[in-house]
Write a protein that binds this ligand. Structure first.
Ligand SMILES: Cc1cc2nc3c(=O)[nH]c(=O)nc-3n(C[C@H](O)[C@H](O)[C@H](O)COP(=O)(O)OP(=O)(O)OC[C@H]3O[C@@H](n4cnc5c(N)ncnc54)[C@H](O)[C@@H]3O)c2cc1C
Length: 283
């Protein structure tokens, strides 16, 4: 059963680029940058994966043509990771050739733990060829992250740090919030010390305040890192951060395949369910 889009509109900027672009423009006018994400995951058909790459390429050109201040975020399972690793690498490189030519930046989102190693491996290969045009995401809750982040920091990768959104077993990931927050802080400190421009992706006041204090205490300027938040969440906080001189980027998802993303947002915070219910009644 396909649910109507209006229930997701709080978190998803539209079902196509045309609907999402004005939302990005509005964010830009309020001093926020964006990263546009064409929603979808786990494509199991080669043609479809190639079509997705074409759509990502169109997205890069549309961003340029509309003069949006936005990079793009992608998922490797949309480019064939469930089909074949080399096929995915070819698709990723085809996209990055265009990003390189257009001076655009592509961030590879991190998915569930079955994909962590291969995603990091493909990122490292891509980084060697495309350098500053490609970045990666690290999830604080994974037990392996301390080691991964040290390695990424060593070669100065562009990293978005987030808590992690997928349900993982205890042997793979931390399960309780205080432990995840502590891990996040340690990893954020490593990135702040060793990488040029870390991206701190959270809506959590404790972590936002910790980041601000850490930067101030270590004389790390506000222009040397950015906060990232998801479209539709904590808009007042985003604006306050901008007013206080911080850089803030909003992750703006769009597309018809919004259901898995939407479900993750509902699962991670029960207040989001109330948001949706109130949106439905306001329809
Ligand atoms: C830009 C961005 C990109 C991301 N990319 C990925 C990715 O590639 N892979 C991945 O696995 N995950 C990704 N995530 C999701 C991330 O891993 C978390 O699941 C998600 O951000 C929830 O964790 P949190 O720290 O934001 O806050 P939570 O852990 O949900 O909440 C902690 C506390 O923060 C406060 N809070 C949270 N939300 C709100 C709100 N809306 N209003 C008021 N207070 C609030 C509350 O006090 C809450 O108790 C991304 C997140 C962001 C922001």
């Amino acid at each position: 059963m396909k649910l109507p889009f209006f229930i997701a509109r709080r978190f998803v900027a539209g079902e196509d680029f045309k609907q999402a672009a004005p939302k990005v423009k509005e964010l830009n006018q309020r001093g926020l940058t964006a990263t546009l994400d064409l929603l979808g995951e786990n494509v199991d058909d080669r043609k479809l994966a190639e079509q997705t790459v074409d759509e990502y390429i169109d997205l890069i050109r549309n961003i340029r043509d509309d003069g949006l201040k936005s990079s793009i975020s992608i998922k490797l399972t949309m480019m064939g990771l469930d089909i074949d690793r080399d096929f995915t690498r070819d698709n990723l490189f085809r996209l990055l050739e265009v990003a390189h030519k257009e001076d655009q930046f592509v961030r590879i989102d991190m998915e569930g733990s079955d994909y962590t190693q291969v995603t990091l491996d493909l990122f490292k290969e891509a980084y060697q060829k495309f350098g500053k045009h490609v970045g990666i995401v690290i999830q604080a809750y994974l037990h392996r992250t301390e080691k991964d982040i040290a390695e990424l920091a060593e070669f100065g990768a562009d990293v978005r740090l987030c808590k992690g959104a997928y349900k993982e077993p205890e042997r793979i990931a931390l399960q309780n919030m205080p432990a995840i927050r502590e891990a996040f802080k340690e990893q954020a400190a490593t990135l702040m010390q060793h990488t040029a421009y870390p991206r701190i992706a959270t809506h959590d006041d404790e972590l936002i305040n910790w980041t601000k204090n850490y930067a101030a205490e270590n004389k790390i300027g506000k222009a040397r890192f950015e906060f990232q938040m998801l479209y539709g969440l904590r808009q007042d906080t985003c604006e306050q951060l901008v007013a206080d001189g911080y850089n803030v980027r909003v992750y703006v998802p769009y597309g018809t395949m919004w259901m898995p993303y939407f479900t993750r947002r509902l699962r991670e915070r029960k207040e989001n369910i109330w948001f949706i219910l109130s949106t439905m009644f306001k329809k």
